[in-house]
Design a protein around this ligand. Structure first.
Ligand code: NAD
Length: 355
């Protein structure tokens, strides 16, 4: 575990168990150099403690990079609650998790992630105010989807030289909270959609609402599409999937899309323009962080729209240097965090006001 922490640069790792409610939770804090760590809370079954720890550590680093590149006064963290098999009171368990967060005194702010919903955040808020995405503050997914939509438009302009998404062929994997909204925005812009999801009903809804073509889950990679938009799971860009790809652009919401860092270079060498996941999907984090800092809806929307310009600058730099976008994004995020560390950092427990 310590080797894993050291190799990812993780600052600290916290555990809580509460037999009365069945709570078994992990909070991984990657960095508080730029400010309090922020990141969602997963509530899913894990095969082992090790799997849960690995998930929390991997995701926490991505949150640090995401916050740094989005210019937010936050470090990265992630929480994982191991979902008990059955026989638990969800509200009581979430409230106990709120107590765990509160003990960290504001070093970590939680939010929604896979398996958690607004009602869970409300239960957590009964024990701590270091929580976002409550029924008062709302759901980040539409902001994530808006940022992904901006990013797809930007990548299409850059790589295909097309100013409009009309007629652009998009293969979209995953029609959940974010993917379905991305599909809605793309359809509104005239894109031609091919979609897949493990859930039949979600596919049927997309076919009916957007005239999308439904394809099988393992067919999506080899479609003749302009854009592949992964909005389901992580690690889908790997040794198996990359050789199948026939798209020019990859731009989607899923976290940790590259199975390993070297896969970013593999995409570059195949001539595929990759929008780094933690840059293009930062809309949700922007929503959570600025909402928590009580920014206005207009400020949040302006910041989410700026994702396109950030990506544009990265794409140009990657072309000029003939380098993988993922490598440049990692370097840029690490440089921002390192510079803040040299300047004395900001490990305060209070939330900075949104800029
Ligand atoms: P979700 O759970 O609502 O939806 C995910 C969808 O993907 C589900 O419909 C699921 O059936 C489908 N799916 C899973 N594996 C699949 C596969 N192999 N092939 C096809 N479909 C598959 O999740 P979400 O909130 O929409 O998030 C989607 C992704 O975006 C996740 O990786 C998440 O971590 C990331 N993300 C989400 C947000 C947000 O605001 N919700 C923010 C940043 C990143």
């Amino acid at each position: 575990m310590f080797a894993q922490m050291e190799s990812t640069g993780l600052q600290d790792l916290h555990f809580a168990a509460d037999p009365a409610t069945g709570l078994r939770a992990i909070i991984a804090i990657h960095s508080t150099t730029l400010g309090p760590a922020i990141g969602g809370c997963r509530f899913i079954p894990y095969d082992s403690d090790t799997d849960a720890i690995t998930d929390a550590i991997r995701l926490a680093r991505g949150m640090s990079y995401k916050a740094a590149l989005a210019g937010l006064p936050h470090g990265g963290g992630k929480a994982v609650i191991m979902q008990p098999p059955q026989g638990y009171n969800r509200r009581a368990l979430m409230a106990a998790f709120g107590g765990f967060i509160d003990n960290l005194g504001g070093r970590y702010i939680t939010a929604m992630d896979s398996g958690t919903q607004v009602q869970d955040m409300d239960a957590i808020a009964t024990r701590t105010h270091w929580v976002s995405c409550t029924s008062r503050t709302g759901n980040p997914s539409p902001s994530t989807a808006q940022g992904v939509f901006e990013g797809i438009g930007c990548a299409v302009r850059h790589r295909l030289g097309r100013q409009s998404l009309c007629g652009v062929r998009v293969a979209l994997q995953g029609l959940g909270h974010v993917g379905f909204e991305v599909a809605r925005l793309l359809h509104g812009a005239g894109a031609r959609l091919s979609v897949c999801d493990l859930d039949d009903q979600r596919c049927t809804r997309a076919v009916q609402a957007f005239g999308a073509r439904r394809v099988e889950v393992n067919e999506i990679y080899r479609l003749d599409a302009d854009v592949f938009s992964p909005c389901g799971l992580g690690a889908i860009l790997n040794d198996d999937s990359i050789p199948q790809l026939r798209c020019s652009i990859i731009a989607g919401s899923a976290n940790n899309q590259l199975a390993e860092a070297r896969h970013g270079d593999m995409l570059h060498r195949r001539g595929i323009l990759y929008a780094p996941d933690y840059l293009i999907n930062a809309g949700g984090l922007i929503f959570v962080a600025l909402n928590h800092a009580r920014a206005s809806a207009q400020q949040i929307s302006t910041k989410v729209h700026s994702i396109g310009a950030e990506l544009q600058a990265l794409f140009k730099q990657a072309d000029a240097l003939d380098t993988a976008t993922s490598l440049l994004a990692d370097q840029r995020a690490e440089a921002i965090i390192a510079a803040a560390g040299q300047a004395g950092g900001n490990c305060s427990t209070s939330i900075a006001t949104a800029q």
